[in-house]
Ligand binder design. Structure first.
Ligand SMILES: [Zn+2]
Ligand SMILES: [Zn+2]
Length: 281
């Protein structure tokens, strides 16, 4: 167990005027896998994670595992929103330039570029995330393990025991892996494991520092309560109240998109278009 595994990663930061600023930096393997994996699968208490169905991460402390996962969810959402906004803005400027050549009347600026404050906030969040030190182990799964990775579709789809675990995301059952879809890359509680039943029952008495609730809870139930507790001050650190705004912004950036490969029509943001095209490569 160590927190020093490192992967060499390309980090591109959004800049308003320069097209791109690309840096090659060493960042911790755990964090980069949480940020860049196409798929992330977890067990019930998130102490075991599998990235892209072949790299296994094990963390000793499930509470910090859930917190890191939640932070990576926030970062990925912010990052994608910023990228969508930037791409839409560039597309708008291009149209504007063409129209100027055709001497048509000027259109009001509809899509704003990403502000310096937003870029600064995102960079700060990213640095904090990267600086988090959590002991974990990293290994490649054997092919046998990779074949028996998932619980598979569940006939009885009970509601997840900890609905508030990932904040405002609505969880829906995953049709093939089992467990629950949190986002397009994250599936919660779909990994086979022997310890789930045990850790599910391991409750200790806990008092909520905000509302005084006193109950025997598992670490996950504690986090779920803190995410939904009405007494928790939510001004800056958690970003819980900022969450709905970027989502609305993202849907406003959706445009009709026709895919020439699968001949289907979609309503996509620019990053969704890129992700969809990647499926056909
Ligand atoms: Zn509370
Ligand atoms: Zn397609």
């Amino acid at each position: 167990m160590s927190s020093k595994h490192q992967l060499l990663t390309f980090v591109s930061l959004l800049e308003t005027n320069k097209p791109y600023l690309v840096n090659c930096v060493r960042i911790p393997a755990l964090q980069s896998l949480l940020l860049f994996s196409r798929s992330l699968d977890t067990n019930g208490d998130c102490s075991r994670l599998v990235a892209d169905s072949w790299l296994e991460l094990k963390l000793t402390d499930s509470e910090s595992a859930v917190q890191l996962l939640a932070a990576s969810l926030r970062l990925r959402t912010h990052w994608e929103d910023a990228l969508d906004q930037q791409l839409s803005h560039q597309a708008w400027r291009q149209r504007q330039r063409q129209e100027e050549e055709e001497e048509e009347e000027e259109e009001e600026e509809k899509t704003l570029s990403v502000s310096h404050q937003e870029v600064a906030a995102l960079s700060k969040e990213l640095l904090q995330f990267m600086a988090t030190k959590v002991p974990y182990s990293l290994r490649r799964l054997t092919s046998l393990e990779a074949q028996n990775l998932y619980l598979g579709p569940q006939t009885i789809t009970a509601a997840p025991s900890v609905p508030g675990l990932f904040g405002n995301f609505t969880l829906s059952p995953h049709p093939t892996k089992g467990g629950y879809i949190v986002t397009d890359f994250l599936t919660y509680n779909c990994l086979t494991s022997d310890t789930d039943l045990y850790s599910d029952c391991l409750r200790t008495f806990w008092t909520c520092p905000y509302c005084g609730l006193h109950l025997p809870l598992t670490p996950l139930e504690r986090i779920a309560h803190e995410n939904t507790c009405s007494e928790v001050p939510r001004d800056n650190a958690t970003g819980a109240e900022e969450a709905p705004a970027p989502l609305q912004k993202a849907s406003a950036l959706q445009r009709p998109y026709h895919c020439e490969t699968c001949h289907k029509d979609f309503l996509f943001t620019p990053t969704e278009v890129l992700r969809h095209r990647r499926q056909h490569m």
